[in-house]
Design a protein. Structure first.
Length: 189
């Protein structure tokens, strides 16, 4: 799996959404020494069901064989657009961790309220299962859903790439890029 090697490369994926019909998805490849080693962009439909395909699209567009792990910020992005880590792992062969930052009683009620009768969306969300809780070396806690990586290895990688706070650097950098691209579109660039 290569998650312990010094030259590990993690693809962080995050979004920026400001109420438009499409949300920007950015991917940042970061090495174990925290150097950025690549980037890619995509978009997802707000309130759609294409987030998994968009994440796979980012991986595919990079066309790299040296990515050891995919780290995604959020399982339900762009207004309940559900990301399926198992499908991404199955398609790419790269282990996947979805990281979230807050305790939650789940999204079932919100999905039912905003998407009444959308059984596919509800099934996709419920198939994600329970989240794993980990405490970081920074003193903060995060929650993980994962595919293709055991919890102990996932915790080590998250700790390795989190310098302070609770957001790992590949995801933090991806979020910054997504936000900058979204702001550029809003400013007409």
């Amino acid at each position: 799996m290569g998650l312990e090697k010094p030259g590990i490369r993690v693809l962080g994926i995050a979004e920026s959404w400001t109420g438009r019909k499409r949300s920007i998805l950015a991917g940042i490849v970061m090495r174990g020494d925290l150097r950025i080693d690549g980037c890619a962009l995509g978009s997802v439909t707000v309130g759609g069901m294409d987030a998994t395909e968009a994440a796979i699209g980012i991986v595919s567009s990079l066309d790299r064989s040296d990515i050891n792990l995919i780290l995604i910020s959020g399982a339900a992005i762009a207004w309940y657009n559900i990301i399926d880590p198992d499908q991404i792992f199955e398609y790419t062969g790269i282990p996947v961790i979805i990281i979230t930052y807050e305790e939650s009683g789940g999204l079932e009620d919100a999905i039912e309220r905003h998407f009444p009768g959308d059984t596919l969306r509800m099934q996709k969300y419920q198939a994600l299962g329970e989240r794993d809780f980990i405490r970081l070396h920074t003193g903060h806690s995060v929650f993980l859903r994962r595919s293709g990586v055991p919890i102990d290895a996932a915790a080590r990688v998250i700790n390795r790439f989190t310098l302070d706070g609770k957001v790992p650097e590949p995801v933090r950098a991806a979020r910054l890029l997504a936000r900058a691209v979204m702001q550029s579109f809003q400013n007409g660039i």
